[in-house]
Design a protein around this ligand. Structure first.
Ligand SMILES: Cc1cc2nc3c(=O)[nH]c(=O)nc-3n(C[C@H](O)[C@H](O)[C@H](O)COP(=O)(O)OP(=O)(O)OC[C@H]3O[C@@H](n4cnc5c(N)ncnc54)[C@H](O)[C@@H]3O)c2cc1C
Ligand code: FES
Ligand code: FES
Length: 487
């Protein structure tokens, strides 16, 4: 049965029926249908943050729910992704009597209000920061604001406002119990089937429902949707349209992280923001790199499964996962399969995924006591930039010799790829700069990188070689050689 989408806007339940195309972005919906024009379109590709809105979602087990607030880019979120959530826009922040929200007041007090394009996005990013109770030190605030660009003035007054805005109850806290009650009424026990003349938006709530849906769809005319941080751009930049979108974000099993004795299992629908803490417990280096993947808004929506399935040669999560020996669980109506992640990539953007197949989870082994691991991202900017080269290294030591090595790079080949010749050259060597030199040279056998707008082939190879040297120095000394721009 066709159903309307349901979500909260301005605290009230809103429904969107068969006149809501499945590829409608939240930003277009707000500006064109709701005439809420505070959120702006700067880039329509998730880069500038002018369109930042906040999603409030139920969190925690049934009966003990709280609300989680997350900033996302409305230009690359689809209206279907709002189903069951509360959408908060810059128009909602001042109290009904006109009193400014503490975030707005702090921005006004510190002269942090800039032009009408970037300011609403800054306000909403700081609002999400306020509601999550994140620390208000400059580093955390810079992280929060890395996805909000202003090309003309400065960030200093905005950061000062962030440090002064404080924390604590606000008008949203006062109505939180009511919001929770309303959100509970929107909970679905069965798949959403939103059908329109222009296509369908389906959101199964379980893997069984997903498999049933997958069996029935015309696969050639179907997209799977994770967080939409890649798919959103197909719509806004390439103007692509499709018959059926299957959203995976409502399937609890795909959003689960399981910490097991020997491994951690991360559901393909887990966002980077949610994965980061679990990964940090095992590999702080990996989690630190994730902080450089996109912006907070991108990491709040983008999923590990989407990054893997998208199979970009410069996708950041794959090299570290390959170096760690991760494997995938793949599901389709034909059944389940497990596969080492490195075998998943068959060629440029070609994967082992069969029609109607999904990535269900990625399983990452725990490191042994004698393993050393590091991952380094090289990009032109520290924040929110695509990698030119990303190298990940794991070695296992036996006494002071290398007994096993796994090295993987992004940006060096058509797929995220292991460096087998360099790995072989490391075996039996000590882990220091002189001893790894044969392996450094062997990287030239492993890779013949391309030149493109991000880096030349010669630069890429030299950087890859220097990263291996850096790893040897850091892993043997226990000292970080970091320069911030190339951490
Ligand atoms: C501003 C910006 C900055 C970015 N920066 C980076 C960066 O620094 N590093 C980086 O690596 N990426 C970056 N990205 C790309 C993007 O965020 C990632 O690739 C992200 O992981 C995609 O996940 P998603 O859930 O949003 O995928 P979606 O956009 O929903 O989907 C991507 C692809 O994967 C498929 N898919 C999704 N989930 C599954 C699944 N479970 N099984 C099978 N297929 C699936 C979809 O059909 C689609 O083909 C950036 C994107 C933006 C907009
Ligand atoms: S309009 Fe630039 S991030 Fe959305
Ligand atoms: S973009 Fe708004 S002041 Fe620079």
């Amino acid at each position: 049965m066709p159903e309307a989408l349901r979500f909260l806007l301005g605290g009230e339940v809103v429904t969107a029926g068969s006149d809501m195309p499945p590829t409608m972005t939240v930003l277009d919906y707000l500006r064109l249908h709701q005439r809420r024009t505070g959120s702006k379109e700067g880039c329509a590709e998730g880069d500038c943050g002018a369109c930042t809105v906040v999603l409030a979602e139920l969190d925690g087990p049934e009966g003990q729910e709280s609300i989680r607030y997350r900033a996302v880019n409305s230009c690359i979120q689809l209206v279907g992704q709002l189903d069951g959530k509360a959408l908060i826009t810059v128009e909602d922040l001042a109290a009904p009597d006109g009193r400014l929200h503490p975030v707005q007041q702090a921005l006004a007090d510190h002269h942090g209000a800039q032009c009408g394009f970037c300011t609403p996005g800054f306000v909403m990013s700081l609002f999400a920061h306020y509601k999550t109770g994140a620390p208000s030190d400059p580093e955390s605030l810079c992280d929060t604001l890395a996805g909000n660009l202003c090309r003309c003035t400065g960030y200093r007054p905005i950061l000062e406002a962030g440090q002064q805005m404080g924390q604590g109850p606000d008008q949203f806290s006062a109505t939180e119990a009511e919001t929770i009650a309303r959100l509970k009424t929107l909970r679905r026990r069965q798949a959403l089937r939103h059908e329109t003349a222009e296509g369908r938006f389906l959101a199964p709530t379980s893997l069984d429902e997903l498999l049933t849906i997958l069996r029935g769809v015309n696969w050639e005319d179907t997209w799977l949707l994770g967080g939409g941080t890649d798919v959103g751009l197909w719509i806004t930049k390439q103007q692509r349209r499709i018959g059926t979108i299957i959203h995976l974000g409502q399937i609890a099993a795909l959003r689960r992280i399981e910490i097991l004795p020997d491994e951690i299992s991360i559901g393909a629908g887990v966002t980077y923001s949610d994965a980061a803490d679990a990964i940090a417990a095992l590999h702080p280096d990996f989690a630190a790199m994730l902080r450089r993947l996109g912006s907070v808004q991108v990491r709040n929506a983008g999923t590990i499964g989407g990054n893997i399935a998208n199979a970009s040669p410069i996708g950041d999560s794959m090299p570290p996962l390959i170096a760690l020996g991760a494997r995938l669980q793949l599901l389709s109506p034909e059944g389940e399969r497990f596969l080492p992640l490195e075998d998943f990539f068959l060629g440029y953007r070609k994967t082992y995924l069969r029609p109607r197949g999904i990535v269900a989870k990625v399983i990452v082994p725990r490191p042994g006591p004698d393993t050393r691991f590091a991952v380094y991202k090289i990009a032109k900017r520290f924040d929110q930039d695509i990698s030119a080269v990303l190298g990940a290294f794991q070695v296992q030591l036996d006494n002071d010799r290398i007994a096993a090595a796994r090295i993987a790079f992004g940006g060096m080949a058509a797929i995220p790829q292991r460096a087998h010749a360099a790995e072989a050259a490391l075996l039996g060597q000590k882990l220091d700069m002189a001893s790894v030199e044969p392996a450094v040279l062997a990287l030239a056998e492993d890779f013949a990188p391309l030149s493109d707008m991000r880096a030349s082939a010669a630069y890429r190879l030299l950087v890859a070689q220097n990263l291996l040297r850096k790893f040897a120095i850091e892993a043997s000394s226990g000292q970080a050689l970091r320069l911030e721009a190339v951490s």
